[in-house]
Ligand binder design. Structure first.
Ligand SMILES: C[S@@+](CC[C@H](N)C(=O)[O-])C[C@H]1O[C@@H](n2cnc3c(N)ncnc32)[C@H](O)[C@@H]1O
Length: 263
């Protein structure tokens, strides 16, 4: 949830990690967050006629970018009334109110008809949900046959050694994480949800270290303001610099699809 900034902790922007394609890319974290949304758009392959569900839409920034880039209609859901309100205001101010909407809903019980979306994505939100399989089942239910599902998740690349565990536990506690998974859990989860796995890629090298360094820089830069508004204990909780050396904590991109009826 890398989107905070000095005027407001949650900010009105992307609430996800960054993506740098190559080691030589010297983009800022803000640019890398945008690049990550672009990568998701490439993977989703939505078109003008498509209706897309954004599960865990945050402040609505990725949904608006998706709608602008593809012409598709996007419905974002979140469990924050404040996010629904602010994202809706932003979509209206950008002239997207007819194609981008946000509503309060829990991903575990989606308030949508079976097969009512052409595609579904969840950008860095399933990590906050206690039952991944239930959420995947709901995504599988609301997507049409042949439709794609793209999501990102954190995962354990290798067992975290004892001396690094406190940093990981702090992350899970303070950044509201569900249970940890490994990359090997995904083929089963996807299959049990009735989906076909297209891709499960370890993108940790493109995502983790530079995002964590960027967050540490942001906190350092805004520290006085964060201390004043949230208190120094909270500022300490948000600081993820301890994780920079924890290469065992990885980042995963998953693409799946609901088999077509004739498949
Ligand atoms: C890290 S933010 C990511 C936001 C957005 N996808 C982005 O990339 O900017 C996680 C989002 O998941 C939402 N979320 C968490 N649990 C949820 C649930 N059970 N159902 C729906 N949304 C949920 C949060 O409210 C928040 O909007």
């Amino acid at each position: 949830m890398a989107g905070f900034e000095s005027d407001n902790f949650t900010g009105d922007h992307n609430l996800h990690f960054g993506y740098w394609d190559n080691p030589g890319d010297d983009w800022s974290l803000e640019r890398a967050e945008e690049r990550f949304t672009e990568l998701m758009i490439e993977k989703l392959r939505a078109g003008r006629e498509d209706r897309v569900l954004d599960v865990g839409c945050g402040m609505g920034t990725p949904a608006m970018r998706l709608a602008k880039a593809t012409g598709s209609t996007v419905v974002g859901i979140t469990v924050s009334h404040e996010q629904v309100k602010r994202a809706g205001i932003r979509a209206a101010s950008e002239g997207l109110a007819d194609r981008v909407s946000y509503q309060y809903a829990d991903a575990a019980v989606l308030p949508f008809e079976d097969g009512s979306f052409d595609a579904v994505w969840a950008l860095e939100s399933i990590i906050h949900m206690p039952d991944r399989l239930q959420v995947l089942r709901e995504m599988s239910r609301v997507v049409r046959p042949g439709g794609r599902i793209v999501l990102t998740d954190f995962f354990e690349r290798a067992p975290v050694p004892e001396h690094k565990r406190p940093a990981v536990e702090k992350f899970y506690k303070n950044w509201v994480m569900g249970p940890m998974v490994t990359i090997d859990d995904y083929p089963r989860l996807v299959r049990e949800a009735g989906l076909r796995l297209v891709e499960a890629s370890d993108i940790s090298e493109q995502v983790m270290k530079r995002t964590l360094e960027g967050i540490a820089r942001r906190i350092g830069h805004d520290r006085d303001h964060i201390d004043d508004t949230l208190g120094s204990e909270m500022a300490d909780d948000l600081d993820l610099s301890d994780l920079i050396e924890v290469w065992e904590l990885g980042y995963l991109l998953v693409v799946a699809e609901l088999p077509a009826n004739d498949a």
